[in-house]
Design a protein. Structure first.
Length: 669
């Protein structure tokens, strides 16, 4: 028998032992929401309120569902095998395998189309009927998914191009007896809405329903689950409006606020005791999130005290990255307070990893990039570096071949083989062979022109790097003239991915400018030498014992003893896009920052910088307003590091300016 009073705090106990009617459990970060869900399932079974087969539990990933089932199994033993714990899609698949033929449209041996299948079908439809749409298949897939998620749409009345392609796509799916992942949800919902017999069948099957991560549900998912819960209303949802960070995936924060309107007898329980972070970290988190208007008031607390949260402000981004890596070395190697695997650097966007990778490699700090490739392993960076290597060493045949193929220049394998035969006979380099292209037999005129244009480009690019003050500007012009940017835009079907690839190359340009500003050896060769030294993959690959580099989005659900939140400048965090939108977007960015803060268990370091190197010049940056909100918690310690001479403050608040002036005075500026 489980001693529930001993195992649970008072709020958790209330949630677990409240049996009948609708319940909303606001589960703050680290407050034990999974424990509540699993113990409630055990309580329902142990006390005889439900048999295992009468319980439906839904979460968002197969991994989470598996983990929940294992935890329930440790509480109730073999009975756990009869509990239906699954994702929304798995639940809908179960319903449709039994009842889809009631639609009169599909047969129960339907197949499920994955993303590859969907893109192939959309490509076929566009190619055959809508060649000049202006939409890529991937973009059209996203638009079709958006249509399906809007349960109140009236697509039959629309002659819009997107709706015409959508209808052609849907007609093809029906003829193939195929469903995509959106259909699993949508057709199940329609079955419940339009066939009362089927709805009642499934509503009566599950006596108790529990939904995990409710803040991540879409409108369609909420309406779908309402159809089988509305008779008995024995539904518990567990979520946190302060952790709603996936609106771009369809998560609808209004589901949280509409729950009480739809289930009017809902009982509200708040889990505010945190079991993860020190009180100082929670004070900062509370101070930040309370600025959001659209939220249910709650305040995380813990009786565990710790050190103050440190905020460090630097003069430049480079000083910031160097100090962060030095701090990690000090904490792990010198003080032995942490292991490398205890530490995570969480940033806003994938391209932010570059500067931390550089310094980690230079200082031999092992690391792993989660959710993305190492910066210098990304395809566009490998090719951009090849363009630079050819300028420094024209004998680098491997880089020359890469340049010839990216972007494609009409120089095929046959031409390459003929050049190789010629240079072998003449005993010259591949580069010299390109310069003698007119003397090589059977080379197509188009290929000859492309090679001559490329050789001219190399000379122009050398001039750029000799003449221009900013090497970022030189690289930008080089890539533009080479057609790299245009090729990325055309070849990458998804606009956002193309933008990220181009942004990565521009980040490489900033790395060039930083190298030029700090190095005595102001040469491309020196830069490439540095890259070669820090690109040794032995440091990062195949080792578990390393610091973690990842985006805040990817860190959701994780925790680390020591968390570092860098690059806290306006336009990066909050993002430029959110600033240009509205307060709703800023509130989601603030929730994202809150999620980042609450990943930390013992130590939290937040950092920012005041000047950013852009095209050879240091441009003043505004520190993120979230730092101002964090410091009002009185649980922070602010430090100013780096060379603050001739600093431009940008509208940072008076208190910070005063502190910096004191430092300048002590330095004898």
């Amino acid at each position: 028998m489980i001693d529930y009073r001993k195992e649970l705090n008072s709020q958790q106990y209330e949630a677990v032992t409240t049996i009948w009617g609708p319940i909303f459990v606001f589960a703050g970060a680290g407050s034990g929401k999974t424990k509540v869900l699993t113990y409630r399932i055990a309580y329902l079974i142990e006390k005889g309120y439900a048999s295992p087969s009468e319980i439906l539990g839904i979460t968002f990933t197969n991994k989470a569902a598996k983990e929940m089932k294992e935890r329930v199994g440790r509480l109730v033993g073999n009975k756990a095998s009869d509990i239906f714990l699954s994702t929304f899609h798995s639940f809908c698949l179960k319903v449709l395998r039994e009842d889809i033929e009631k639609t009169g449209i599909y047969h129960n041996n339907f197949v499920i189309y994955d993303e590859t299948d969907q893109l192939s079908l959309i490509t076929k439809i566009i190619k055959e009927n809508y060649a000049d749409t202006g939409y890529s298949p991937r973009e059209m897939k996203r638009l079709i998914s958006h249509i399906k998620s809007n349960i109140d749409r009236k697509e039959k009345d629309s002659d819009d191009l997107v709706y015409r392609i959508y209808r052609a796509y849907q007609k093809s799916l029906i003829s193939y007896n195929a469903l995509d992942f959106d259909d699993l949800l949508l057709i199940t919902y329609r079955l419940f809405k339009e066939n009362e017999e089927i709805r009642k069948k499934w509503a009566s099957k599950f006596k108790f329903i529990m939904i995990d991560e409710f803040q991540d549900t879409s409108l369609l998912q909420f309406n779908l689950i309402y159809e089988i819960a509305k008779d008995h209303e024995n539904i518990m949802v567990v979520g946190d409006d302060d952790q709603t960070i996936y609106s771009w995936r369809g998560a609808n924060i209004d589901n949280i606020f509409n729950f009480e309107k739809i289930f009017k007898k809902a009982k509200i329980i708040k889990l505010e005791r945190n079991y993860r972070s020190t009180q100082e970290i929670l004070n900062v988190a509370n101070s930040v999130i309370e600025k959001n208007i659209k939220r249910t008031p709650k305040k995380l607390w813990n009786d565990q005290k710790g050190e103050k949260v440190e905020i460090r402000i630097y003069q430049t981004e480079e000083e910031e990255a160097e100090d962060i890596i030095s701090e990690i070395f000090k904490q792990v190697v010198i003080k032995k307070n942490f292991k490398f695997s205890d530490i995570a650097i969480l940033y806003r966007a994938n391209h932010n990893s570059r500067i931390f990778e550089e310094y980690a490699r230079l200082k031999q700090i092992p690391y792993k990039v989660v959710g993305g490739k190492d910066f210098y392993s990304r395809k566009e960076i490998v090719y951009a570096l090849s363009y630079l290597k050819v300028l420094v060493n024209p004998l680098d045949t491997l880089s020359l071949i890469r340049v010839l193929e990216y972007p494609p220049k009409g120089i095929g394998e046959v031409t390459i083989n003929r050049i190789n035969e010629y240079i072998k006979e003449k005993k010259i380099s591949f580069f010299e062979g390109l310069n003698q292209i007119d003397f090589i037999n059977n080379i197509p005129d188009r290929a000859k022109r492309a090679i001559k244009e490329l050789l001219d480009l190399f000379n122009i690019a050398k001039e750029y790097f000799d003449r221009l003050e900013s090497w970022q500007d030189a690289l930008d012009r080089y890539m533009s003239l080479a057609g790299v940017y245009d090729y990325i835009k055309v070849s990458e079907k998804e606009k956002s991915k193309a933008e990220k690839r181009i942004l990565n190359i521009k980040e490489l340009g900033r790395s060039l400018d930083l190298f030029k500003s700090r190095s005595k050896n102001k040469s491309l060769k020196g830069f490439l030498d540095m890259i070669s030294l820090i690109s040794d993959s032995d440091i990062s690959k195949g080792k578990k014992e390393g610091i973690t580099l990842m985006t805040v989005h990817a860190s959701k659900g994780l925790e680390f003893p020591f968390v570092i939140l860098p690059l806290m400048v306006d336009g990066n965090f909050p993002s430029r896009k959110s600033i240009e939108e509205d307060e709703k977007a800023i509130e989601e960015e603030r929730r994202l920052f809150y999620v980042a803060i609450t990943r930390a268990k013992r130590k939290l370091l937040i950092t920012a910088f005041l000047n950013k190197m852009i095209r050879g010049n240091f441009i003043p940056q505004e520190i993120s307003p979230f730092i101002e909100e964090a410091k009002k918690s009185n649980a922070v310690e602010i430090k100013f590091l780096g060379e603050f001479k001739n600093n431009r403050y940008n509208k940072f608040d008076r208190e910070l300016k005063s502190k910096i002036k004191d430092i300048l005075s002590s330095l004898g500026d």
